[in-house]
Design a protein around this ligand. Structure first.
Ligand SMILES: Cc1cc2nc3c(=O)[nH]c(=O)nc-3n(C[C@H](O)[C@H](O)[C@H](O)COP(=O)(O)OP(=O)(O)OC[C@H]3O[C@@H](n4cnc5c(N)ncnc54)[C@H](O)[C@@H]3O)c2cc1C
Length: 274
């Protein structure tokens, strides 16, 4: 299929992008890697009057490690994260997740900002950012603000971004010697979106368990975190308070069972027994 007709503008700066979005009153869309957007245009699930290309804006990409934090610019491509030694060292959860995101051709263009803004409930990076207790920088007509990842994902494909906002960067604590991470997912074929996935971070006595593919947003399995932190994997699995809906790929009960399987797979790494 072909998309409906649209105009195209290349933004020269963040201010320019925000101005272009505002001038089209909710009818314009940002174009980042295009790996989700172009598919939705071609299927006519979306028909914006204007695409605002943010690929030429200087300073929107890059990986920076400073003051115990990792900051990643919105236009940083998946492939850059996958190959970065800083990500491997300071964000091992993201390093583990990257090979599960689609295929190399898509990772060459797709961006972290696009992935978070699109907020597919089965996507890896939104869950990773919640597990990392990260925050997201947003620039809009009213200036810049930061939103905790816990508060960013509002519903199915719905985030804290307004129609004239640009996600500019993400930030989260850098891994140190005390940090342990766990990542596992089940997909029908490698590179497909997950049926069920789990991104998890353990620091000292705190564990954050965040599932994807089991709800409208990343879902934190809070009731399982304390039992797991105290070393009881069986109790943590029993306490899983997930209520996944059935879809074409699996029933809710199957997904809940698989969530327990994934928790057992990552438990050893999180508890330092792997
Ligand atoms: C066949 C296929 C398989 C895939 N499999 C997976 C998978 O397994 N896991 C996974 O996570 N993803 C998967 N993807 C999606 C891929 O990771 C996309 O790259 C990503 O979801 C969107 O990033 P993008 O940069 O391409 O954004 P785009 O497609 O350009 O944009 C997506 C949406 O986000 C908005 N947007 C983009 N950037 C910003 C920004 N900085 N600020 C505000 N809004 C913005 C756009 O306006 C648009 O609405 C797959 C894609 C394909 C085509």
């Amino acid at each position: 299929m072909k998309p409906a007709a649209f105009a195209y503008a290349k933004a020269r700066s963040l201010d320019d992008a925000i101005r272009l979005l505002g001038a089209h009153q909710g009818e314009a869309k940002l174009l980042a890697g295009g790996q989700s957007l172009i598919a939705t245009l071609n299927m006519r699930l979306s028909s914006p009057s204007l695409l605002v290309d943010i690929n030429g804006i200087a300073g929107l990409d890059g990986i920076f490690v400073k003051n115990g934090m990792v900051e990643i610019g919105a236009m940083t491509r998946h492939v850059t994260l996958e190959r970065s030694s800083d990500i491997a060292k300071f964000a091992p959860l993201i390093a583990r997740a990257m090979p599960h995101i689609a295929h190399p051709a898509i990772r060459n263009r797709g961006t972290i900002g696009g992935s978070l803004a699109y907020a597919d409930p089965a996507a890896e990076l939104p869950a990773c950012l919640v597990a990392l207790d990260g925050e997201i920088d947003i620039v809009g007509p009213g200036g810049k603000r930061s939103v905790k990842a816990d508060d960013f994902f509002k519903g199915l494909f719905e985030t804290a971004l307004g129609p004239h906002d640009v996600l500019s960067a993400v930030r989260f604590p850098a891994a140190d010697a005390q940090t342990r991470v766990g990542f596992a997912e089940l997909a029908r074929r490698h590179g497909d979106y997950a049926l069920v996935g789990l991104a998890a971070v353990a620091k000292a006595k705190e564990i954050r368990l965040v599932y994807f593919g089991v709800g409208a947003t990343p879902v934190r399995a809070r009731r399982s975190e304390a039992p797991l932190a105290s070393g009881s994997v069986d109790d943590a699995v029993k306490a899983l308070d997930l209520d996944p809906t059935s879809d074409l790929h699996a029933t809710g009960d199957v997904k809940k069972h698989l969530a327990g399987v994934l928790l057992r797979r990552v438990a050893g790494a999180l508890l330092g027994n792997a």
